[in-house]
Design a protein around this ligand. Structure first.
Ligand code: NAP
Length: 256
């Protein structure tokens, strides 16, 4: 545990499983105070139990990032329980597989409502608390899908993840006078409950495309988030960091 993190207060949206839970564990291990959110209280309880079994403390709050009032409630809860907020990890996201021809207005509202509106509402709700921190940080979990590469069946998701980067770059300029930085992580293929829903065949195909020959771990993304939140990254804003085991590097497909 390092002294740097002991007074740092962190909120992770979508922290009840997958990458968000991995981020929460990395910050908690470093010594920060961590609160996680998600829509389902049972999943949050399960995550809290898992972290406690590892000797890590975490607070939880049920919140839906697609709803601005719910985002405000989560920001108020973190302020009330921790007495402030230094780091927002905006990670909640969904990636339902849908062929282009079948995407409905409702599907678009669902994906953009969570991935883009949810990011913007989360930052808005936490704005004053992050400003009061004096060292506010926003770390966004974007993706290689959309900003860097494409994936059939994920076109609306890819569009939402690319849109996140437009928000990161422009909001970085608005947040800078408040001494708040905002940066995005572009994960490659990371083993999570959500990814498992894409099916074993898809996952095996993905693994074969990764030069480091393994799927990413949620802690790989957690450590990238920790970097963006660290004192060492104080002068870094509006940037992206790809964490993909080299997945987006090959000029021709790998034959592993
Ligand atoms: P996951 O296992 O499905 O977990 C998603 C988390 O987000 C859960 O905690 C879920 O909890 C929460 N969530 C979903 N909708 C929400 C909402 N409206 N409000 C609040 N919380 C919500 O997904 P993951 O694979 O860890 O992905 C996490 C993030 O990483 C996403 O933004 C995703 O796009 C990005 N990403 C993942 C990968 C990958 O390979 N896994 C790669 C690139 C980027 P509830 O369902 O209880 O709300």
């Amino acid at each position: 545990m390092s002294e740097q993190w002991q007074s740092v207060k962190v909120l992770v949206t979508g922290g009840s499983q997958g990458i968000g839970l991995g981020i929460a564990k990395v910050f908690a291990r470093a010594g920060a105070s961590v609160m996680i959110t998600g829509r389902k209280s049972e999943s949050l309880k399960r995550a809290q139990t898992e972290m406690r079994e590892l000797g890590l403390d975490v607070r939880t709050i049920v919140a839906d990032v697609s709803d601005p009032a719910s985002c405000q409630a989560m920001a108020d809860a973190v302020e009330e329980q921790f007495g402030g907020l230094d780091v927002l990890c905006s990670n909640a996201g969904i990636y339902p597989e849908q062929q282009l021809g079948n995407i409905t207005r409702e599907d678009l509202d669902n994906v953009f409502g969570t991935n883009i509106n949810g990011l913007i509402f989360s930052v808005q709700a936490c704005l004053e608390a992050l400003t009061r921190s004096g060292r506010g940080r926003v770390v966004v979990t974007s993706s290689i899908t959309g900003p860097t590469v494409g994936f059939p069946g994920l076109s609306n998701y890819a569009a939402s993840k690319a849109a996140q980067l437009g928000f990161v770059r422009s909001s970085a300029l608005e947040l800078a006078p408040r001494q708040i930085t905002i940066n995005a992580i572009l994960p490659g293929t990371i083993r999570t409950e959500g990814l498992d829903s894409l099916g074993a065949e898809n996952i095996e195909r993905m693994q074969k495309c990764i030069p480091l020959q393994r799927l990413g771990a949620t802690s790989d993304i957690g450590h990238a988030a920790l970097y963006f939140a660290s004192e060492g990254a104080a002068f870094v804003t509006g940037q992206t960091l790809t964490v993909d085991g080299g997945q987006t590097l090959p000029e021709v497909p790998l034959l592993q």
